[in-house]
Write a protein that binds this ligand. Structure first.
Ligand code: F3S
Length: 404
């Protein structure tokens, strides 16, 4: 691999042991993939920081990096954890069993990341944070978290491969990544496509299920072209998250969203997705039972999603199901500020939790309970693998289920 003079000096240890180790790792991965050189990055997003996922070994690695003097070289945000950092036991009423050891381990992980200069944003939607507003299409970044990676490549137009958490952290420290895959123009151009004609724009659940279909039918490094009418931003976000959960893609070319537009006529093939297949899939996942928990926020909710939920619950009695919403601190404050009336509604009727990913939280199911309804195919995918009974429903339909 070609290295610049400065990269050679980093590798020789002139800039400290941590940076040397980080760059060595990036170079090794790049060489294994056939990258010819490295590319500077403007931002990193680090996933895989939950104590429940990385445990004491992961914690030891992070603390070792701190000891070696590791510092991130670019603005760095981080993924959610298994609880609200200001109120770790907030979800105990819905069966999340956080114990002291879990909290202690997690707080040490956050401390280590902060010591390296990362910002403890604790959200999987870095693309909604002011921290990423200065990023422009074509900027090279190194992101972990599949849903964010898909959103970054597809919607914002930044360039990242699908990195694991540790590699994104190494890139953050080295300030570079290997110049390969989705960093290159050629890998970002689709060759095959999927097309869906639907009588109306797809809501977030339908969009998620379309994402599952596309992800299961297409494997390749290049993004597939996808043409479908999606109802709104929430539908786009949920479709991309579903694609990330159900397969290994890191980008799609979404018609009308991804820039620059492409000429559909130049694709090698375009597969029609049958609307009836999607509708039947929706019926299969639609619950006929009343949920114990209604869950919103995978990926983390925006203030607008909460306003939509609150609108359904205003002027209604206390819900018969527990309502859990996960979101970033930033979107939470925006919700309080911009939607004070809806905030008052949800304060009484829902548990709104920050910093948290319900999937990595120690939520245990027993005998098919708790029964959960969510609008996220990604949450469905992971929660049903934990043995929980899960159904899919839009925000609007959730309100019906809660009171049935
Ligand atoms: Fe975010 Fe966790 Fe879902 S990281 S995308 S809430 S699985």
């Amino acid at each position: 691999m070609y290295l610049t003079r400065i990269e050679e000096r980093i590798l020789s240890g002139e800039y400290g042991e941590a940076k040397q180790l980080a760059l060595k790792t990036i170079v090794k991965v790049g060489e294994a993939l056939g990258a010819e050189r490295l590319i500077p990055i403007k931002h990193a997003h680090v996933s895989g920081i939950s104590y429940g996922t990385i445990g004491d070994h992961g914690l030891a690695l992070l603390e070792d990096l701190v000891e070696k003097g590791a510092q991130v070289s670019v603005p760095t945000t981080v993924n959610p954890i298994g609880f609200d950092s200001e109120d770790p036991y907030l979800l105990s009423t819905v069966g999340v069993r956080v114990d002291e050891g879990f909290v202690r381990g997690q707080l040490r992980i956050i401390k280590a990341l902060k010591a390296m200069g990362a910002k403890a944003t604790l959200t999987c939607t870095p693309y909604y944070l002011p921290d990423t507003r200065s990023l422009s299409p074509g900027d090279h970044v190194s992101w972990g978290e599949s849903s964010a990676i898909l959103y970054g490549n597809t919607v914002i137009g930044v360039r990242t491969n699908r990195e694991g958490g540790p590699l994104a952290l190494m890139s953050a420290i080295a300030g570079r990544t290997y110049y390969w895959g989705l960093h290159l123009d050629e890998y970002r151009t689709p060759r095959v496509g999927f097309k869906l004609e639907s009588p109306e724009p797809l809501d977030e659940v339908m969009a998620g299920l379309l994402g599952k279909i596309v992800s299961e039918r297409y494997v390749g490094l290049r993004p597939p072209y996808v043409k479908a009418r999606l109802r709104d931003e929430l539908a786009v976000k949920e479709m991309l998250a579903a694609i990330g959960a159900a397969g290994s893609l890191a980008m799609i070319h979404l018609e009308g969203v991804t820039k620059p537009p492409i000429d559909e006529g130049r694709l090698e093939s375009v597969e029609e997705v049958d609307w009836r297949e999607l509708r039947d899939l929706y019926e299969e996942h639609r619950p006929s039972w009343r949920p114990d928990i209604v869950f919103l926020g995978c990926p983390h909710s925006r203030a607008e999603d909460l306003a939509r939920l609150a609108k359904q619950l205003a002027d209604k009695p206390a819900p018969r199901s527990k309502i859990v919403v996960t979101m970033s601190r930033y979107e939470y404050s925006r919700f309080r500020r911009e939607y004070p009336d809806y905030y008052n509604v949800l304060e009484k009727k829902a548990v709104v939790v920050r910093d948290t990913c319900l999937i990595v939280a120690p939520l245990r199911g027993e005998n098919g309970s708790p029964k959960i309804v969510t609008n996220s195919y990604k949450a469905y995918f992971y929660l049903s693998r934990k043995g929980l009974q899960v159904g899919l429903s839009t925000i609007e339909d959730m309100a019906q289920l809660i009171y049935q």
